[in-house]
Design a protein around this ligand. Structure first.
Ligand code: MF3
Ligand code: CO
Ligand code: CO
Length: 253
């Protein structure tokens, strides 16, 4: 459970990588429209990251075949870009970008709505972002991680009849893709990690528009994770540094 305390040099490096990951999402935003396919998005992002002297962390990570994750509608996370998957009006899409710049990792994701989406979909996307931000605002040294994240996100999301996915979590990040500690998005009812300045974590809640947090992995590709009941799912992700005074969101442009 121990989290790595990063040195000032490492923090500088992680910050630059996170900024690039965020700028990558800014870059791709105008392309996210009806008619584009997710493989095209993957290629554009791949080229943009390389042009900026970095590498996409997902590519070949534990065998993942593409440079980003694209998770559409009822896909919770780890969706694989495909030329057969063409965006249409009403879709909601998560794009998850992780960069490796000078050896340092930056991890961030955003939701995109395509054309006219249902009120239900729009609210899910907005409330999931709000849940992430509510948790981030609590992060500060000498507090327990679960008090800031799990205990805040789950009750907020439940009010709307949604559920916070339990089988996947956030993570320490920076020197490696996934480091200790695990960041849970439900109340684990434990005094877990005591936060300290220099820790770098992701806050990346996955929220299903249904009371069921149950998920299933696609048996054919071994990656795509969907809601079991077919409900829509949304996710937002930031990489956050614990500072002496509180926290700093690193994954911003
Ligand atoms: N970026 C994801 C995260 O937030 C991890 C994706 S792993 C992959 O932790 F292999 F699917 F890319
Ligand atoms: Co990510
Ligand atoms: Co992450």
């Amino acid at each position: 459970m121990a989290a790595i305390i990063k040195t000032p040099t490492q923090i500088e490096g992680i910050k630059k990588s996170c900024r690039l990951a965020s700028q990558t999402l800014d870059y791709i935003t105008p392309f996210i429209k009806e008619g584009i396919n997710t493989e095209k998005i993957n290629q554009l992002i791949h080229q943009f990251i390389l042009k900026n002297s970095a590498r996409p962390a997902p590519l070949n990570y534990k065998g993942f075949p593409k440079s980003i994750c694209t998770s559409l509608n009822n896909v919770v996370c780890h969706g694989i870009p495909s030329s057969k998957q063409i965006l249409k009006s009403g879709d909601i899409l998560n794009i998850d970008v992780t960069t490796i710049l000078n050896g340092y990792y930056g991890d961030t994701s955003r939701m995109f709505t395509i054309g006219q989406v249902s009120k239900e979909a729009e609210l899910l996307v907005k409330r999931t972002k709000k849940a992430m931000m509510m948790a981030i605002k609590k992060l500060a040294p000498n507090k327990y991680l679960n008090d800031c994240v799990g205990k805040i996100i789950e009750p907020y999301i439940k009010k709307f009849g949604y559920s916070s996915v339990r089988d996947l979590c956030g993570h320490g990040v920076g020197i490696k893709f996934h480091e200790d500690p695990s960041v849970f998005f439900y109340d684990i009812k434990q005094k877990d990690v005591l936060l300290k300045p220099g820790m770098v974590l992701t806050v990346e809640p996955m929220v299903n528009a249904s009371p069921s947090w149950q998920i299933a992995t696609d048996i054919n590709d071994g990656w795509t994770i969907r809601t079991t009941d077919g409900a829509l799912s949304a996710q937002w992700e930031h990489t956050v540094l614990i500072t002496k005074k509180g926290h700093e969101i690193l994954s911003k442009s």
